[in-house]
Design a protein around this ligand. Structure first.
Ligand code: GLY
Length: 367
């Protein structure tokens, strides 16, 4: 099974390929045609973390080597707390040691942390070399690997340092999800549900109709392929209309306003990003009902789908509503002092608004 989703950006169009055994076809995709994405013979620096590399590194490397590339690897410690400038320094050191040139490329094999850091290193090394994204988590497949947001965290906040740097290719091999821990699979499912709510009602209804969506093993190849293809298509549609987040792209932050506050107040422990987004979507959904952006039955359908994915729906009891509100004021999504919220407009569309009052947020948090 294979789908190809174009991301038609004017200065750098590229494709997202969803293909079983995509890992083994990576080299051939990069090398094919009269004007290959990266010319065979070039050097590639494969960036990963030790656990992912142990599972999938040999296959990725073999496919690249067979296509004629010279491949070196750079392994970074796993986890969000290593998404720092010192990890980027390790990539630069490897690039220097390996004599990476302007026509060389970096290949990110891993989840969102590896992808964001490899993308940022590629954006800045020699003022920009190509990057290829090979995401291995559901979250990275449907979100982080597409759209060119790259970067690292600052001790004071997530993703404060970064650059837009679009990949040359995103290669998604759904079979690698077999080894993804269930909790991380569900976290990715939160972003899939998000696309259903804000962009693709058919996707939402496909998820509703599926017998189960809470574990990889219940999905089957065809449904998984549909979920990946439609989610990537949603992201590609939005990003190609608004690459640098001048407007529309902000709808991708649905559920993220309160979600980020929850993650941050929990100090990134006990709740992962997808879980926080699920909690944020439930809260945003309540505000949307109270302001007539959508109906109570639509809010309930969203809640049921999030429960079906076995994601959390309630603000952790140890967090106070006031603390969440205070944190929202310092969020990146604040503009002219107003917290920007994404509101679903029925199922399958969304708008960004700065018109939500403190009282309305408090009422949703208390509900
Ligand atoms: N993850 C949100 C975006 O790419 O804009």
């Amino acid at each position: 099974m294979q789908s190809v989703i174009p991301v038609p950006l004017p200065h750098q169009p590229y494709e997202v390929v969803v293909a079983s055994a995509g890992l083994d076809h990576l080299g051939a995709w990069l090398a094919k045609g009269e004007t290959p994405l990266v010319k065979p013979g070039q050097k590639l620096l494969l960036v990963s973390n030790p656990a992912i590399f142990k599972r999938y590194g040999d296959r990725a490397r073999a496919s690249l080597t067979q296509a004629g590339y010279t491949v070196e690897t750079c392994l970074l410690p796993a986890g969000e707390r290593y998404k720092t400038l010192s990890s980027i320094q390790k990539i630069y050191d490897a690039a220097l040691g390996f004599h990476l040139e302007r026509k060389s490329a970096l290949v990110a094999l891993g989840g969102g942390v590896v992808g964001d850091m490899t993308g940022f290193a590629a954006a800045t090394w020699l003022r920009g070399v190509s990057v290829v994204q090979v995401p291995t988590s559901l979250l990275a497949m449907v979100d982080a690997s597409i759209g060119g947001k790259t970067g690292v965290n600052h001790p004071q906040g997530k993703n404060l340092i970064g650059a837009f740097h679009q990949p040359r290719l995103v290669m998604i091999d759904p079979t690698v999800l077999k080894t993804l821990p269930t909790r991380e699979f569900r976290a990715g499912m939160a972003e899939v549900i998000k696309y259903g709510v804000i962009w693709d009602r058919d996707l939402f209804e496909t998820l509703e109709a599926a017998p189960r969506i809470d574990q990889y093993r219940y999905l089957g190849d065809e449904l998984l392929n549909t979920i990946l293809t439609r989610s990537c298509q949603a992201k590609a549609d939005v990003v190609s209309q608004d690459e640098k987040e001048a407007g529309l792209r902000a709808i991708l932050n649905y559920g993220h306003t309160i979600g980020h506050a929850v993650e941050s107040l929990m100090r990134y422990r006990g709740v992962n990003h997808g879980e926080a987004v699920a909690i944020g979507m439930v809260a945003a959904g309540k505000i949307a009902t109270s302001l007539n952006y959508w109906t109570k039955p639509e809010e309930t359908r969203q809640l049921k789908l999030i429960e079906k994915a076995r994601l959390p729906t309630a603000i952790p009891p140890q967090l106070a509503a006031d603390d969440i509100l205070t944190l929202l004021q310092g969020d990146k999504k604040v503009e002219d002092g107003q917290v920007r919220f994404v509101m679903p407009k029925g199922l399958g569309a969304a708008v960004v608004t700065g018109d939500i009052t403190r009282a309305q947020i408090l009422a949703a948090l208390a509900a």
